[in-house]
Design a protein around this ligand. Structure first.
Ligand code: GLC
Length: 673
């Protein structure tokens, strides 16, 4: 085994000893190119600790890597480091250009068909696999396909969609997370795919961020526990129904100023470790094999040094993640993210590769990227040792995952089976456990079966609204209930529980007299969004009804009848909703439950004796804002503007608590703190 004797500067003694065992210090100082483009080199804080992966170094496997690597040309190596989008590369091009990976972005399907069958996914995976195994390489390297199966295999028609992470964080059930991850692995393998761009492990610090719902919590300890459980469930030490995890997005994505997507995170190294890195410690400890790099930038709060975009940050990507923490899998860039590094474009970024990124997600400009990167190596801008380190890491992951078993995607157990992507009872349980009861007055809940129920609201009969972003499409939009033939809306669950003849649904209650019913249920909240589109930038407030006045109108129309009003709030974040809480006798935070809407009614209804089959167990994964501008979860911000309900809050039938009438602020704007 070739052991690289040159150890990186700044690596602590303990890591130096381990580095000799084929662990991550294969890269050498020359491989790392220049220091961060816009900052002096910063001493690594002693807070960064090495973490031992559940998947150790295997000398035989490392020797196999040496053998494969030694027979690869430069173009074959650069091809292996390239990830292209399936809409923009054919199997023949995969073969010709030695492509190491493809992805389907949100809203990208085989044949550009939103209703592509599981068999169609497998057929395309087979085509890419066969192409990668038909190159003229001395040792053929199988292609790896990555997908955003972030709440079940959510891009795939008829796949079960689980609650988004914000709801799973509320469930406080790591065993459930592990089961969901195992089901997700089974689902992606049923479609011929082997790599999942999950878990996302931001410890979100501001509700304004459009990706808050992709986070388990603002609490780093909870994020660490869940990231570990997810990786164990997904990778399962690479058995038949396993998939490779990609922990994302490294580092500090959930800590940007004002929650601005892809913005600037200002934090000390200690805060980076204690708040933002805990999910990586959990995931890497559990054996995660890939890490996706974040769009955000980082400014060191201690030194004032602006280290710029993470995609160019050698200190955190290599010195910290690879050498100090000891991560020996591979780093992948985010979608065209390299273009944000000063001096780079979508098709050219030696800075990112020298910073430590091993595979580049270059969805469309992949041909130019291969040409440019090859030339940059030949010109010495990128040391060959850095290329070799990147390819070694990619080969290490593919070998560890058993991808060299010579079996095509369609040859794996369960491939092509629709049942592989459907996990409805597990998802329904997750919905039940994710619900958080914030208010329950006049014993509005549980509702006895057989009572007359009026259901209103835009999200009662809408699978898109109850699923949120990353559902069939990137934004979760441009879809209807017809795109989800196997799903149950929240309304369908209520009808099944109450008896269809006892339920009347009117999205807008104007022409219905609520007084003729025993109880009214309003299913309201946010409409789908993803990433930047979901940001609530200052001066916008967190006041929900300023963005969705139809929800206030619905509750006002119901409240005149004096009958119990139960609000089911479907959202990707906690918001300021004192006006809605005051108009509700019961208020349930349902987050983004996904396709199994019946899980909501499971907890709302009781048998004729009044006994509910399931009690609420959810606890807030984030504090619930008490003011229109109370978006930040920092200790200082919450001291100044206390949340209405703290993280961890949640009522149940067994644990009731009166909720007083709340003050309602009419503030229309917030300053940018
Ligand atoms: C997106 C997201 C990332 C996702 C990737 C591929 O921009 O930031 O979470 O995995 O692109 O879809």
């Amino acid at each position: 085994m070739k052991i690289n004797s040159r150890i990186l500067a700044g690596t602590s003694a303990s890591v130096v000893l381990l580095a000799g065992l084929g662990s991550p210090a294969h890269a050498d100082t020359a491989a790392l190119g220049t220091a961060p483009t816009n900052a002096a080199t910063t001493a690594l804080s002693s807070d960064w600790r090495k973490t031992r992966s559940a998947i150790g170094v295997d000398r035989k496997l490392e020797a196999e890597i040496d053998r494969i690597l030694s027979g690869m040309s430069l173009r074959q190596k650069v091809g292996q480091m390239t990830q292209a989008e399936i809409k923009l590369i054919t199997p023949e091009e995969v073969r010709t250009y030695y492509i190491g990976s493809v992805l389907n972005g949100g809203g990208s399907w085989p044949g550009k068909d939103k209703h592509a069958s599981v068999a169609a996914w497998v057929a395309l995976a087979d085509a890419y696999y066969s192409a990668s195994m038909s190159t003229d390489m001395a040792v053929k390297v199988p292609i790896i396909w990555g997908t955003d199966a972030v709440h079940g295999h959510s891009n795939v028609y008829r796949a079960t969609i689980f609650p988004h992470n914000i709801g799973l964080g509320a469930a406080r059930d790591p065993a459930l997370i592990r089961e969901i991850a195992a089901a997700t692995a089974k689902a992606v393998r049923a479609t011929g795919i082997d790599w999942v761009f999950a878990p996302a492990v931001p410890a979100v610090q501001n509700a304004r961020w459009g990706r808050t719902y992709e986070s388990y919590s603002n609490d780093p300890a909870l994020v660490k526990a869940y990231s570990s459980a997810y990786v164990k469930g997904l990778q399962q030490r690479f058995g038949a129904d396993s998939a490779i995890a990609s922990v994302k997005h490294f580092l500090g994505d959930g800590g940007t100023h004002n929650g601005t997507d892809q913005g600037l995170t200002i934090a000390s190294q200690r805060e980076l470790v204690r708040t933002h890195a805990q999910g990586y410690y959990g995931a890497i400890g559990a054996g995660a094999q890939t890490v996706m790099v974040s769009y955000n930038s980082w400014k060191d709060a201690d030194t004032g040094i602006d280290h710029g975009k993470m995609h160019g940050n050698r200190m955190l990507l290599t010195d910290v993640l690879k050498n100090r923490i000891g991560f020996d899998g591979f780093l992948i860039s985010d979608w065209n993210a390299i273009e944000q590094v000063p001096g780079c474009t979508k098709a050219s970024c030696p800075q990112s590769i020298n910073a430590g990124i091993d595979m580049i997600m270059v969805p469309d400009d992949w041909k130019a990227f291969i040409d440019n990167t090859t030339k940059q190596v030949e010109a010495g801008e990128i040391p060959m040792s850095r290329i070799d380190d990147a390819v070694r890491r990619i080969l290490r992951v593919k070998l560890r995952a058993g991808m060299f078993d010579g079996v095509a995607p369609s040859g794996h157990v369960g491939a092509g089976q629709l049942t592989g992507v459907q996990h409805r009872e597990l998802a329904r349980r997750a919905v039940r456990e994710s619900l958080v009861l914030l208010k329950n007055e006049r014993a509005a809940l549980p509702i006895r079966r057989g009572t007359r129920v009026l259901v209103v609201g835009k999200s009662a009969n809408s699978v898109p609204n109850q699923s949120g972003g990353w559902s069939l499409t990137w934004q979760g939009d441009e879809t209807t209930n017809a795109d989800y033939p196997d799903a149950n809306t929240i309304l369908a669950g209520i009808e099944a529980a109450a008896g269809k003849d006892n339920v009347v649904f009117a999205e807008k209650p104007e022409r219905i007299d609520p007084a003729s019913f025993d109880v009214a249920i309003a299913v309201i909240g946010e409409t789908p969004y993803a990433e930047t589109k979901g940001d609530l930038a200052p001066p916008k407030t967190l006041t929900h009804t300023q963005r969705y006045p139809e929800d206030l109108a619905a509750l006002q129309a119901l409240s005149v009848a004096g009958k119990p009003v139960v609000t089911i709030f479907v959202s990707g974040r906690p918001v300021y909703a004192n006006d809605l809480l005051n108009l509700s006798h019961a208020f349930v935070a349902a987050w983004l439950p996904g396709t199994e809407g019946k899980g909501v009614a499971d907890v709302l209804f009781a048998d004729p004796t009044g006994r509910a089959e399931y009690d609420f167990r959810g606890r807030l994964s984030f504090p619930w804002p008490g003011t229109p501008c109370g978006a930040s979860f920092s200790a200082a911000a919450m001291a100044a503007e206390p949340p209405l309900f703290p993280g961890g809050y949640g009522l149940s039938y067994a644990r009731q608590k009166a909720t007083a009438t709340l003050p309602v602020s009419t503030a229309q704007a917030c300053d940018s703190k």
